[in-house]
Design a binder for this molecule. Sequence first.
Ligand code: NAD
Ligand code: UGA
Length: 432
Amino acid sequence: MKIAIIGTGYVGLPSGVGFAELGNEVCCIDNNLQKIEKLQNGELTIYEDGLQELFERNLQNGHLRFTSSMREGVENADLIIIAVGTPPHPITKEADLQYIEAAAEELAQFLNKYTVVATKSTVPVGTGDKIEQIISRINSKAEVDVISLPEFLREGFAIHDFFAPDRIVVGTESIRARKLIAELYKDFTTTKILYVNRRSSETIKYASNAFLAVKLNYINELADFCEKAGADIDEVAAGMGADSRIGHKFLRAGPGFGGSCFPKDTNAMSFMAHQFGISMPLIDTTIAENEKRQLSMAERILSHTTTDSAQIAVLGLAFKNGTDDCRTSPAINIVKEMLKHNRNISVYDPKAMASAQTLLGNEVTYAENAYQAVEKADVVTILTEWNDFKLLNWEKIANLMNQRIVVDLRNILDEKILLQAGFKYYRIGKKM
Ligand code: NAD
Ligand code: UGA
């Protein structure tokens, strides 16, 4: 199948590589010329576990190509996937559809045969109708089905999630479009494919992200409860998760959820609800509490310092492990909050140094490795759950530091090792 993907970011790139690996002829389009040039030269533009090998193979065998020309990518495609960003509006926080609308306007000119246009970007309910209207306004002869094909991949697991999704949701009532999508996923014999109407599909995407965000807010609230009650959040989560109706996933307490999606999509859902004349207090509370939590985490770290010039070493800047993405990262928010009170912060992340630098500028000291970051530090804090941090030599770190205090906001380190090395070790959701 000939597939064009518009938008070559955290969704478009792994998806393009995945569809190419399945044997399709994939052309990825992006209007960021620098990005396209790098990709054409065989250089990845994001870090994503497991992507490199598949990218190189499909570039070499010709299944995958990159262009900045909409015409070149879209002409003669059987399927066009829209995967451009839908960032939050800076004031209203609704999903900003300018990139979707621009992509629809541009692609419409080049439709010359029956084509399915599938929206993988996360878009407000009713966006499929808008795209349809744009296309028919610009190219009234276009033979097209506009469908919703929401993406559920997680960063850091994008390749795994592409090849082994929990489900595939297809939002269209067109039999012809459903047949084309069935053909696209013909090798996914064990995956449930749900065919629903377009608005249900658009809703499923927001509903799923908002549900997971509420679950995370709940486990974080429980962590606060455990700290007061003398319970242990990891034990409580294990006990709750063993109930199959609750499940073990998404019960890791932390500094609050972040990333380019949960904060954005909960806000967009709340905005849509208000537009429909209803309110969703559960979601509104989740948004507010999650923002408050990150500020309180900054206070928590600072409470372990005695002066404003104490040195704080931050390990982890990405919003989660397995990615270099720092968009709406709790780690970045926490560092920014701490900077209001303390200007002596050194940082290190195994993959996200470049993207963090675009957000933190020269406000912090960037270390080349974890050992350099902790030199002479009074407090070390873990803000991203990288495996690398578990494998550090904590005896060595103890000797490099000024004081031996670790505030682990991801509960990933081995308490025994830390105590043996002489640290005071503070975690989330445990008795203080
Ligand atoms: P991104 O910012 O990484 O990538 C978007 C890309 O689109 C950019 O490279 C940009 O240059 C390009 N672009 C914008 N307008 C264009 C145009 N008119 N023509 C060609 N290229 C254009 O964004 P992302 O993280 O990949 O997210 C894309 C969408 O997918 C969003 O709606 C997001 O909510 C959704 N989503 C993201 C994830 C995730 O894990 N990041 C998962 C599921 C769904
Ligand atoms: C999330 C969803 O999991 C994907 O299904 C969805 O496709 C995607 O958003 C999207 O729409 O963009 P992602 O943002 O990549 O994926 O990352 P998650 O693994 O969901 O983590 C989100 C945040 O929650 C991170 O800050 C992470 O550290 C935090 N988290 C997650 C916890 O604090 N505890 C957990 O148990 C799980």
